[in-house]
Design a protein around this ligand. Structure first.
Ligand SMILES: Cc1cc2nc3c(=O)[nH]c(=O)nc-3n(C[C@H](O)[C@H](O)[C@H](O)COP(=O)(O)OP(=O)(O)OC[C@H]3O[C@@H](n4cnc5c(N)ncnc54)[C@H](O)[C@@H]3O)c2cc1C
Length: 464
């Protein structure tokens, strides 16, 4: 990067907030996926006008810019594929407005997701989307990826809570979109376009989120099964019985064992699979719903059904689920985690299919995930240095995505496309679908400078 550009970045952000030394920038060259690319500079933003100035400079000088929250993304979204500048958002952490009467909170985009709940709780409110990464991911990253979480089945995902966004557009304009009103149809649903935009259309700097009252009561239980199939069938049976648990998480034997070896969370190491189930709401209804859940479990080939008797017991079970990915990561040198998603009714087919694919390619797989919303995380445990194993994994992943599409599902339920799933998006959307995305990108970012090369390629004439 030219010296004059670095000086301009230092003028905008302050000298101490610009990194250019290779060793200093290593931590900003990768995320939680497998791609690693060094940027030419890293900048730490603290205000929206700074970001506007950055994008004006980037547009004038044709410099690629990649926004980054905490880099916990699992699809390579914050990796600077075309180098240029990595724009780090995690110092923009202010709570701008807490409005309990309207159940709204406005925060800067770099705030950690888990930092909302302690404030919301002061007015007996909570923020429902809770990705497994809630303790370190940022709200901006959650909006950019439309993050889901353990409560998605009953409470939905990030898009269901985004009311307003302040965004810096690729050419530096600052715009606010959406409304604090419950209803709002004045113009296009612009905030909807930015949710899940993976940092390709603009940089979110402020986000207004809806909050909900904290449920009066929770009932939690662990159902243990002798086969993967029974666990998968019970998921659909519980929903068909008219119950919507707030959580219904699936873990197979490989995942259970990885967790127990990592941290003792009281999971049965010899079970084929478990479902971690929670109902919530008014006390009577949460208890009645859990009774219905138990009835459905008992109708199937279950082994054990035990309710958490204390909040400590409940927290331990949830802790087990939250460390699942870290635990699996400790089994072999590398892992490839996918998030192909199907409708709940197709969950047994998906679980059978994943098992068959892993067997066909002689791969070790752990399956866990948000079973209640059909969003599984088949996780291949591999050694990337083993070229033969890598080749088999690539074939297995391609087959897995095709299976999801064949089952009318999607190649990504919550982790986004980024770099990791880019080669497969065409199969999901078709040529017309990709062209529609390219046209939208061109409208916002005619020189293709904001997070270029992610999700889909732009035709060559539209790149700087
Ligand atoms: C252990 C673990 C568990 C996880 N569990 C879940 C889960 O349950 N559900 C789930 O959905 N995901 C999960 N994830 C994935 C990840 O945490 C989410 O995708 C999260 O939303 C990323 O947030 P981040 O701040 O780390 O964003 P980053 O990884 O830094 O960035 C992600 C994308 O957002 C863009 N971006 C970031 N900030 C902004 C901004 N302010 N404006 C515009 N674009 C921006 C980046 O350019 C990039 O494309 C998990 C990850 C890990 C490591």
């Amino acid at each position: 990067m030219q010296k004059s550009h670095i000086e301009e970045l230092q003028n905008i952000f302050g000298k101490g907030n610009v990194l250019t030394e290779v060793e200093d920038m290593i931590a900003y060259s990768y995320d939680a996926s497998h791609v690693e690319i060094q940027p030419e500079a890293v900048v730490f933003a603290t205000t929206t006008p700074q970001i506007s100035q950055l994008m004006k400079l980037a547009y004038r000088e044709r410099i690629p810019v990649t926004p980054r929250g905490q880099g916990s993304g699992l699809s390579g979204g914050s990796v600077p594929l075309k180098k240029g500048v990595v724009l780090v958002m995690d110092r923009m952490k202010r709570i701008i407005d807490f409005d309990p009467a309207n159940r709204l909170i406005t925060v800067e985009a770099g705030l950690t997701t888990a930092d909302i709940d302690p404030i919301a709780a002061e007015a007996n409110l909570f923020y429902p989307p809770d990705p497994g990464s809630v303790g370190f991911s940022t709200i901006g990253g959650n909006v950019a990826e439309n993050a889901g979480g353990l409560r998605g089945l009953k409470y939905g995902v990030t898009k269901d809570y985004v009311k307003m966004l302040k965004v810096v557009l690729p050419q530096g304009d600052i715009v606010t979109m959406g409304s604090k009103c419950v209803k709002h149809v004045a113009g296009f649903n612009m905030e909807g376009i930015f949710v899940g935009s993976e940092g390709l259309l603009g940089i979110m700097t402020e986000v207004t989120l809806a909050l909900l009252p904290i449920p009066e009561h929770r009932e939690s239980a662990l159902a243990t099964f002798n086969s993967l199939d029974s666990a998968a069938q019970v998921v659909a049976a519980i929903i068909a019985a008219g119950v919507t648990p707030s959580t219904m998480e699936f873990m197979d034997n490989a995942t259970i064992n990885a967790i127990q070896n990592f941290k003792d969370c009281g999971l049965p190491k010899d079970a084929a699979a478990v479902l971690l189930i929670e109902t919530d709401g008014q006390k009577d209804s949460a208890i009645a719903e859990m009774a219905k859940v138990e009835t459905e479990v008992r109708k199937n080939d279950f082994r054990d059904f035990s309710r958490a008797k204390s909040s400590e017991e409940r927290d331990l079970l949830f802790a087990g689920r939250r460390v699942a990915l870290n635990a699996l990561a400790s089994v072999r040198p590398n892992l490839i985690l996918e998030d192909a998603t199907v409708m709940r009714s197709k969950l047994p087919d998906m679980v059978r299919g994943i098992t068959a694919i892993a067997k066909k390619y002689k791969l070790q797989v752990g399956i866990f995930g948000h079973a209640g919303d059909g969003n599984l995380h088949p996780t291949f445990l591999i050694d990337m240095r083993n070229t033969d194993e890598m080749a088999r994994t690539e074939k297995a992943v391609a087959e897995l995505f095709q299976l999801a599409i064949d089952l009318d599902g999607t190649i990504s339920g919550e982790h986004g496309i980024g770099l990791e799933k880019k080669p497969f998006l065409q199969n999901q959307l078709g040529g017309e679908g990709i062209r529609m995305l390219q046209n939208i990108k061109r409208t916002f970012d005619p020189l293709n400078l904001l997070n270029p090369g992610k999700m889909f390629d732009m035709p060559a004439e539209h790149s700087a």
